[in-house]
Design a protein around this ligand. Sequence first.
Ligand SMILES: Nc1nc2c(c(=O)[nH]1)N[C@H]1C(S)=C(S)[C@@H](COP(=O)(O)O)O[C@H]1N2
Ligand SMILES: [Mo]
Length: 363
Amino acid sequence: MTNHDLPKSIHDMPGLIPLQLMPENMESPINTLLSWITPNELFYTRNHLVYPTIQLESWALFLGGEVDNPINLTYDQLKQMPQVDRFVTIECSGNKRALMEPSTPGEQWQIGAVGNAKWTGVPLAYILDQTKVKETAKELIFTGVDSGIRPDMDTVVNFERSLPLDKTLMAECILALKMNDEPIPHKHGFPLRLIVPGWYGMAHVKWVSQITATATPFKGPFQAIDYLYITNDGDSLNAAPVTEMKVNSIITWPSQEEKLHLGSHTIRGLAWTGKGTISGVEVSIDSGMTWNAARLTSPEHEPYTWTFWEYSLNITAPGHYFLQVRAQDSNGNVQPKVAPWNAKGYGNNSIHQIPINVPQILH
Ligand SMILES: Nc1nc2c(c(=O)[nH]1)N[C@H]1C(S)=C(S)[C@@H](COP(=O)(O)O)O[C@H]1N2
Ligand SMILES: [Mo]
């Protein structure tokens, strides 16, 4: 790197955008990221509790509950097991909550609670074979080491989530030891993190130290209080759980309220979905009256990952415009104009809209 390439000021160096420090919740500077893989240090961080302290010497993964063969696995034993790579985009289900109307409580994420990484680890199915899950088991509970008091409860809880013991799902999941070819950084779950391709962020339990097979539905607070699509009636008992990511897209350039000159521009963005792949992205410049196809420009087309898109826009008249983008996936799902409102503000995949200003003369 020559002197010439050095950032000229701190504003040229993108960093995470803090929303809260204890526990730490920070957005990715997604408007300035140009790599298909999100670098580890620019991957958003989302934590319900304060970061745990982990001593690797005394750490082990325990598998128990409804199993024939309960086992303890050390970090070294996990490292010696067969490893697979999975490119997986993870989006927090609260991403774009700040854009939801009427507003809902919770971290007010803009568009940067999403990232794409290469995860390397042991197939979950391989470990389940070793511990021999009983026929009676219906779910697996994944327990994170992090614990603390939730504002709505007075007992100490760990971050815990369950997954149904579904064969197809189990075959996709991995227990990851690496993120982008490095041991998983502490903030992202070192030494071990569950990866559930296609699911919203909350499923990807960090700092996993225990897996428990159970015959009864898990009712922990991060499952039965949070991560439910509670609609207007406020009924949480019959509310649908937050699971797979919905088809979604964002405009990353221009950013909000940018002034553009007359003439041609390359509009840029990202699109992703839970199941399947992105089959098309369309852009509108006339508030959604007409839509034109964008080019999908990702270097890689892996399932479970986001894709870049680009659109050449020629602006012929000054004025205020609304740039909009909507994506479609291979299962025929299209982003709605407005996503269904829910009390906790999850799964906002409304069409992304950016106001742009094209002055007569740009100074
Ligand atoms: N143990 C543990 N795992 C967790 C969480 C947590 O608070 N504790 N947060 C979840 C949520 S809501 C999201 S969106 C992702 C965020 O992962 P990241 O911080 O690596 O981006 O982790 C999930 N796994
Ligand atoms: Mo999340």
